[in-house]
Design a protein around this ligand. Sequence first.
Ligand code: DX5
Ligand code: ZN
Length: 217
Amino acid sequence: MLIAPSLLSCDFSRFGEEISRMDKAGADFMHLDVMDGHFVPNITFGAPVIKWVRKYSDKTFDVHLMISNPLKYIDDFADAGADIITFHVEADSDIQATIDKIKSHGIKAGLVIKPNTPAEVVFPYLDQLYMVLVMTVEPGFGGQSFMEDMLPKVTAIRKKAERQGLSDLLIQVDGGIGEGNIRKAYEAGVDVCVAGTSVFKAEDASLAIKNMKDKCI
Ligand code: DX5
Ligand code: ZN
């Protein structure tokens, strides 16, 4: 299981150091939650901030766009150093045009579905994607409870990908994940777990990451 700490729960007065800390703690991806106060009722940070902190780790920068018009900002996030850009199917941008734009920069593309969106919506795009993110909370805030009833969507996407011969597709879940429930995600076929609160509120982040990984063997 890959672990992607969500920097949404970090001390933003020391954003760069927090990324270094997660790097040393064994994070696989740095999960960066971009919120515009319009697609979701919260505002975080944008491309200039990501550009500033990019130098604090060589690990994969996994940028989760919770913004209404992702297409308009892909160039900025590419320039900032994103390695993966995921955006919501529920946003206003044309899905195909946005995938094409991301890939034109040599960046990996991912689609995200909110809890009320069925898995089937991503099926037509699976062969073009590096990752699908199934939200296990309503996007917008850290610290919410894990929605276990989202896991059948993970299994459905995995089955569909397998039928298409897409064995490399990554499936990610995001929201409310910790030591107590990560095993369920693993059994459903998840490859990457985002974890905000459970990693940042832990006394020892590396132990929190290790314990989560150990549950998935
Ligand atoms: C929610 C964000 C998540 C969030 C996860 O909108 O996409 O990445 O920070 O935080 P926890 O793990 O605390 O639910
Ligand atoms: Zn996220």
